[in-house]
Design a protein around this ligand. Structure first.
Ligand code: ADP
Ligand code: TRP
Length: 327
């Protein structure tokens, strides 16, 4: 039997898990545990580009770990770890830094967006973000990197960095492929833009019910009166609903929109009910797991020990290739 293919992905602990994270990435991570060898990590080194408060970093990290476990991450199947526990990521990043040219990084969307928004003082960490991500990925030689569409460029940059290293120092790194599910590549937020923690337009899957309700009710809609027919395709509420519902449920809601006499408030109620139903088990598990700090931390520690074993091996090979290890 051929060895299982390997996947690797990471999420920054920069806020609470939202529907975009879940549909675009986390759901695939959990599903792929069946058939792949999985590596998943909490990208806390990357999160330091925006989170500058120790308590917040700790809380976000813990919350993300509990969220993954509640959604079905099985630590027996997945190596689940914290990026900052593996110093080799930063070490490999430096080695790549010495090969990567600045104009290459100036093409990165995150940097270009920050500049376009008129941000003058961008940290070196943010500029260098894609190189650290390449180190995260290439360290573990994955075949696939399951992510949302916004991460496509980062995976392409990782591939380029791997090729540059291989050309300079000899075949070392496997070239990874992005794995992006087209129908959930970009989940819209409450204002119709890409759902993102940085836009404040998220629907947080583990928020308390009243908070979740507030987020759903805040979805922007047009001013078509209740009695008139509506175009479901143009409505963010419907576009989010359809990502969670069955074909029949989608058809049913679609015909209610088209018939008229069905308001956006009704649609929002249907969406909220759908979210609560879809995440019922996960939300209960989240509540049960949250107080079990020792257990959650030891899962991450065990995962980190496994990841470190591989990272040390890879870094030894890299250091040999660049000429640091002589005997
Ligand atoms: P955010 O943009 O909220 O900070 P992250 O950058 O932490 O989210 O993303 C974590 C993972 O979730 C990545 O794989 C990313 O591509 C995916 N993701 C985030 N937002 C969306 C979205 N709106 N639609 C699809 N995937 C998303
Ligand atoms: N940049 C990713 C995000 O914002 C997080 C991340 C860091 C990542 N390192 C990674 C994702 C390696 C996949 C693989 O979502």
């Amino acid at each position: 039997m051929a060895a299982a293919k390997r996947i690797l992905s990471g999420i920054q602990p920069s806020g609470r898990a939202h529907l975009g994270n879940y549909l675009g990435a986390m759901r695939q991570h959990i599903e792929m545990q069946k058939d792949f060898e999985c590596f998943l990590f909490i990208a806390d080194l990357h999160a330091l580009t925006t989170v500058h408060d120790a308590k917040q970093m700790q809380n976000n990290t813990y919350d993300l770990a509990v969220s993954y476990l509640a959604l079905g991450l099985d630590p027996e199947k997945t190596v689940f770890f914290k990026q900052s526990a593996i110093p080799q990521h930063a070490e490999l990043c430096w080695i790549f830094d010495c090969l990567v040219k600045m104009p290459f990084l100036e093409r990165a969307h995150a940097w270009k967006d920050a500049k376009a928004k008129g941000k003058k003082e961008i940290s070196l960490g943010l500029f260098n973000y894609p190189v650290l991500q390449a180190a995260d990925i290439l360290m573990y030689q994955p075949d696939l990197v399951p992510v949302g569409k916004d991460q496509k460029q980062h995976i392409e940059m990782s591939r380029d960095i791997a090729e540059t290293f291989n050309k300079t120092f000899g075949e070392t790194f496997k070239i990874p492929e992005p794995f992006i599910k087209e129908e959930v590549a970009v989940v819209p937020g409450t204002d119709g833009q890409k759902m993102s923690k940085s836009y404040g337009n998220t629907i947080d899957i583990f928020a308390e019910e009243n908070e979740l309700k507030k987020q759903v009710m805040s979805i922007v809609t047009d001013s078509t009166p209740l009695e008139e027919p509506k175009d479901p395709k143009k409505c963010y509420v419907f576009n989010i609903y359809k990502l969670l519902a069955t074909k029949e449920e989608i058809k049913e809601l679609e015909s209610k929109y088209k018939k008229g006499g069905f308001g956006y408030g009704d649609a929002k109620k249907a969406l909220l009910a759908k979210i609560l139903e879809h995440f019922k088990e996960a939300r209960e598990k989240y509540k049960t797991l949250y107080p079990q700090k020792d257990m959650v931390y030891s899962i991450l520690e065990n995962g980190s020990a496994k990841a470190k074993f591989l990272a040390e091996k890879m870094l030894k090979e890299v250091k040999t290739k660049v000429g640091y290890i002589t005997r």
